[in-house]
Design a protein around this ligand. Sequence first.
Ligand code: FAD
Ligand code: NAP
Length: 320
Amino acid sequence: MADTIHTKVLIIGSGPAGYTAGVYASRAMLEPVLVQGIQPGGQLTITTEVENWPGDTEVQGPDLMVRMQEHAEAVGTKIVTDHIMSLDLGQRPFTAVGDTGTTYTADSVILATGAQARWLDLPSEEKYKGFGVSACATCDGFFYREKEVLVIGGGNTAVEEALFLTKFASKVTVVHRRDTLRAEAILQKRLFEHPKVEIIWDHVLDEVLGTDNPRGVTGARLAHRETGETRDLDCAGIFIAIGHSPSSELVKDQLEMHNGGYVVTQPGKTATAIPGVYAAGDVTDHIYRQAVTSAGMGCMAALEAEKFLSEDDTGVKGWG
Ligand code: FAD
Ligand code: NAP
């Protein structure tokens, strides 16, 4: 028979928001259960240097997330390897069912499911995913030693991916749809100064070019954003870095969304429209989307859940 686990606080997600919520909820003696999902540690596990986590001039993303997990565990968070497949917020206790068959019932839920890489949705992109098309330079960059690669996008991720790829590739071409980058200034400076980098402005990826047998990328057809004029470029790999979409499918018909799927919370809070349900980190934040802001929201969510649960159990108002 499948297990059922009851908890006062169910934290869904193991990025900075989830682990921070775990630390705070544990220290409030709420004995939280945290379900890690298919990406334990979240998005920072697919990057290398993180240079804006306060207290660490430079830290490797995966190392930082191991430390966060250890911290949450050390203060009492029960960490579970599972992925939530369904979540019913219709009545309390709330019910979630994991991929392992475990049912989780919870007096409060902190949704910290973060975000996932976006794709261009081109048929040729789909065809060559895993065969030369990637959304993770840290994972796949190694395969492009002394080869030419393309990075599509103009944000922080695209620039970081491009700089990382210069360690392996003979040439990195960044293709951006506008004539200015969105990335922060220090990253732009590093990119512009790098001898292996070329930037193609005002172009989009029109088609991935490749072979069938063996399946692999040989080039890219780029189109000028305004004229539509196309040009072909040789390359062995294409990294798509055009941003991230919130992972909010679990609550799609249960909570209000805005700006393309970000969960709406009350102004200045992580509380959603359903009492006892909180959203923290990239799943709700369409503006900042940083590790430190996600961690901050994880803290807020745990403190708000603590207040909610203490009022709920005793009728006495909690702090805040
Ligand atoms: P995430 O880190 O996205 O984690 C989401 C978690 O939810 C994952 O553990 C996943 O497994 C889990 N999950 C999802 N669905 C389910 C489900 N159904 N059931 C259970 N679990 C689920 N920010 C910075 O501040 N500095 C940086 O240098 C930096 N570099 C970055 C580099 C890259 C390549 C990327 C992609 C992002 C970078 N960011 C950086 C942004 C930063 O990673 C995010 O803002 C931050 O990780 C968001 O944290 P989060 O906790 O909201 O979610
Ligand atoms: P982003 O900031 O949303 O940038 C996405 C980029 O892709 C933009 O340049 C955008 O172009 C382009 N783009 C979007 N859709 C496109 C399409 N269909 N075709 C072509 N180009 C397209 O996403 P991100 O770079 O992944 O960053 C996400 C968040 O994580 C941000 O908040 C970022 O600050 C954070 N992050 C931080 C760091 C860091 O602190 N070092 C590192 C990585 C990520 P336009 O510019 O024209 O819109």
